[in-house]
Design a protein around this ligand. Sequence first.
Ligand code: GLU
Length: 503
Amino acid sequence: MSVRVRFAPSPTGALHIGGVRTALYNYLFARKNGGTFILRIEDTDQNRYVPGAEQYIIEALKWTHLIPDEGVGFGGDLGPYRQSDRKEIYQKYARELVRLGHAYYAFDTPEALEGLRAGEANFTYNFRTRTGLSNSLTLSADAVQQHLDAGTPCVIRLKVEPEQAIRIEDLIRGEVVFQSNELDDKVLLKADGMPTYHLANIVDDHLMGITHVIRGEEWLPSTAHHVLLYRGFGWEDTMPKFAHLPLILKPEGNGKLSKRDGAKFGIPVFPLAWAGQTAEDSFPGFRETGFLPEATVNFLALLGWHPGGEQEIFSMDELAQAFSIEHIGKSGARFDYEKAKWFNQRYIQAADNRALATSIRPLAEAKGYRSDEEFLVRSAALMKERVTFLPDFVEQGYYLFEPVRTYDNEMIGKKWNPALQPHFEALIEHVEAQTTFEASALEESLKEFMHGRSLKAGDILPLLRLALAGTMKGPAVFDMAAVLGKTETVRRLQTALAYFLGA
Ligand code: GLU
């Protein structure tokens, strides 16, 4: 049977980076096994629905190149893939489960249940309490029918039988056992006709032929109910295998990484920026911070999984080749942001300069900077060893893009003296006379120039650097000149000379 896996997020806000890791592991597992990766939107909880969240999820998957084979926005034969479009299906199956004797109608009013909860702190609707409540297990068949005919508001609950051990062979955790006496009779279908997560999730996994459920550890407790649902429907033979992923921990390693940790540590914990209703609910993203999607994917893949060996840099194809659930760790994985930065540096260094230019262009344009292709390609080549994030190209490398605004006066005080004026004027002429403006040719030619005038490198090169960048920082001065080009280099030398003379 071919592998079919799904990523099933609820559109309740921005998708946390941990959700992207879940999607990634599902994707890699599908690729590795020649299977199918499905995106299902679980939006049955209308109270938690947030407009824009579904679009965000899809954009985040596209950005990280985790393209579903089937799903909302991606087609497929077993849709619809958005749960709110499947309401009737769940209603049918809920009634079917009642008919099979594994679920029942419950007519208790919300007020009645509230009263019970107020009276007993740990009140649970279960095999002990249901016998004294208003449901189709306690009422006569006629009374039930009357309620149903009259449209009395009711829910459908799962009938959990007592004294059962529910065993799950989790592919990551091994055997996990739940005792049915500890489980409540979960609501499957709400009074408004909407299913709960549990019902919709199981019905869909079944109808969509899901073979493996790979999801976050927080869903492990729900799995007991899910197994009972599979059994109740008689679907146990095709029940998917479960793999519950370890948590992602805070950068210091203590406790689960939460969305608030982004602000706390000044780091992104979402793939894309999210503009919520309030500042508190708005978050920066990996994309906007200037991570390359490939670096983000590589970082996330190794957050809780490693195939063994020394290799750390993996392309998506290599990840898919190497991936296996057996190599996912049981314990939480620390969200090591420094490591994420390291991956980004490595990916930027290895990136094609033309591809980098494409990423830099909008950043340059936003600042009103020069953005012609060749200049950007050369700037990328010059700066890629020095940056961590994409915006660093224009922020750290500002001196390539804008005329010098401030000069390092202290350095000028040390290096400039009026006796240098004729040499500097000659230097400008010499530069102007260059025919090829490549770094090495320029270096050769300027060395000859200095030699001819008995100047030492230390007399003139710091001034040349100050003229071009205003600061002593930056890449090799000849490389910088070559990227700026002759016209701009000469212009900067002239401006600097005027400044030196006035200084
Ligand atoms: N809708 C659930 C979520 O938001 C899906 C859990 C599962 O994969 O079963 O994560």
